[in-house]
Design a protein around this ligand. Structure first.
Ligand code: FES
Length: 223
């Protein structure tokens, strides 16, 4: 992982995908596999998707209040710090203080969860709040089996333009006013979060869905 990857705030998932004290969402950013979840107190969490005990994926586990419990031996880790708080097989033993899940910086802005692949020490830039215009609606996340750079080239060919401040691509897609956030997930995998001013149920939303699928086909056909 290079310095650029650790400095970047990656748009990993719509905030609405994470329910407080409930689900765990699998994510990626710059090749890093993530477990995304929301503690019962409402705080969003982005962790390496590996339990520090025996490396089982956290996404197989469950959220218990403000803790994440691993599916294998049930060790529990605290939101925020990732500190191990309990080992069910040894209830009388204090949890080892040196065992921590690897946590990343996570903030919510413009309806998205953004993750920085570094410890949560730096504040997120305020420009993230402008990444999606206020009042716009989430349409879908498009999964594209191609490098993110190829996706950005395709958006430019379709006439969308990147806002240099926020990194958001803006323009018409299928005739619908669109904001696109491109996530570099893996070397050959990108996600494109699409937002529009068209409300759910508006035909323009369906038009955008169709245009997005066409865009993906065109990109993946380039091989
Ligand atoms: S592998 Fe997670 S608790 Fe053992």
């Amino acid at each position: 992982m290079n310095t650029q990857d650790t400095a970047t705030w990656h748009p990993v998932a719509p905030s609405a995908d994470l329910r407080a004290g409930d689900n765990i969402v699998a994510g990626f950013a710059a090749g890093q596999e993530l477990a995304l979840w929301r503690a019962a107190d409402g705080s969003a969490q982005a962790w390496e998707n590996r339990c520090p005990h025996r490396s089982v994926r956290f996404t197989l586990g469950q959220v218990i209040d403000n803790r994440l419990a691993c599916a294998y031996h049930g060790w529990q880790y605290a939101a925020g710090t990732g500190q191990c708080t309990s080992i069910p097989a040894h209830p009388a033993m204090p949890a080892p203080r040196n065992v921590c899940a690897k946590t990343f910086g996570a903030v919510e802005a413009a309806g998205m969860l953004w993750v920085q692949l570094a410890p949560a020490t730096l504040p997120a830039p305020p420009t993230l709040t402008d990444a999606v215009p206020a009042g716009w609606h989430f349409c879908r996340t498009l999964t594209v089996r191609a490098p993110a750079a190829q996706v950005r080239e395709a958006l430019a060919r379709h006439g969308l333009a990147a806002d240099q401040t926020t990194g958001t691509w803006r323009g018409l897609l299928g005739g619908t006013d669109t904001a696109a956030l491109v996530l570099d997930a893996q070397p050959q995998l990108a996600f494109v979060h699409l937002w529009t001013d068209a409300a759910p149920g508006n035909p323009a939303m369906q038009t955008l869905h169709t245009a997005a699928r066409g865009l993906r086909s065109a990109i993946e056909a380039l091989g």
